[in-house]
Design a protein around this ligand. Structure first.
Ligand SMILES: CC(C)(COP(=O)(O)OP(=O)(O)OC[C@H]1O[C@@H](n2cnc3c(N)ncnc32)[C@H](O)[C@@H]1OP(=O)(O)O)[C@@H](O)C(=O)NCCC(=O)NCCS
Length: 229
């Protein structure tokens, strides 16, 4: 059925112009290189292949976080959310983590989700830091509103930065928002925002050739099989 573009123009939300996120490479604790780069809207179906197996993992709130992330990415793909972006981490082409968020307005950012598909390497922490870097250094925002859904998330963002508690409701509908201000960002940046630019050509080529996804069992094993947790 042909799309009614007149109605579409009403259903599609405003899109703020957004500067691109310059890609970087992070050397992980295991010596592997993780390329962090911005996803294009057309990448969404490939990204969803790695998010999907996480929907069924209750441990550490992977199920709820990935279900929400899945819906948010689909909303971006289908033009049903305002000014969303997505950054991803890849090792040897494989997707190992995803973060997303959006612009509430030009000054205020809304953090959505962080999903570490490989564990124990602070991949989630690095990607969350990249998203704060995007809001502050490249989109020039004044603040980002954040909520945590999991105790690990709370420890990683609210405690490690540390973020400022507010009474502002968050779009995700959980507890009240915590806030990353420019001041907090600048104080935390040297500890938490890492990576080098530009990305060497061979790493860039591997990352952009394909967004590879490990099979469902491998992903489940990596996330759910953590010893002693
Ligand atoms: C929250 C999240 C993004 C953090 O990612 P991360 O920075 O890469 O951290 P990890 O999940 O690998 O590790 C978290 C903890 O588990 C421990 N852990 C990780 N892998 C482990 C392993 N193989 N064996 C034992 N412990 C392990 C780590 O040591 C770490 O503990 P620490 O906080 O004392 O350092 C990630 O846990 C995640 O995706 N969780 C599900 C979704 C979610 O909660 N998102 C955030 C919503 S607010």
């Amino acid at each position: 059925m042909p799309m009614d573009m007149e109605l579409e123009s009403v259903l599609r939300p405003t899109q703020y112009p957004m500067a691109p996120y310059p890609p970087k490479v992070i050397t992980l604790a295991n010596g592997k290189h993780m390329v962090v780069r911005q996803a294009e809207r057309e990448d969404v179906p490939e990204i969803l292949k790695s998010v999907h197996p996480c929907l069924f993992i209750e441990r550490d709130y992977y199920d709820i976080v990935s279900a929400r992330l899945y819906g948010e990415l689909l909303a971006w793909y289908r033009y049903r959310v305002k000014s969303e972006y997505c950054l991803m981490g890849q090792v040897d082409g494989y997707l190992v983590g995803v973060v997303n968020g959006r612009l509430e307005n030009e000054k205020v950012g809304m953090s959505y989700h962080t999903l570490a598909i490989d564990r124990g390497l602070r991949i989630g922490s690095h990607l969350f830091a990249a998203k704060m870097e995007y809001h502050m250094d490249y989109l020039g925002q004044e603040e980002v509103l954040i909520v945590a859904e999991s105790p690990i998330g709370f420890r990683r963002w609210m405690v490690e930065y540390p973020l400022e508690k507010t009474t502002i409701p968050h779009e995700l509908g959980g507890g009240d928002s915590y806030r990353l201000t420019r001041e907090i960002y600048l104080a935390a940046k040297h500890r938490l925002v890492v990576g080098e630019r530009p990305v060497p050509a061979d790493l860039w080529e591997t990352a952009t050739k394909d967004i590879l996804f490990a099979d469902d069992d491998t992903i489940r094993e990596r996330i759910a099989g953590l010893k002693g947790r």
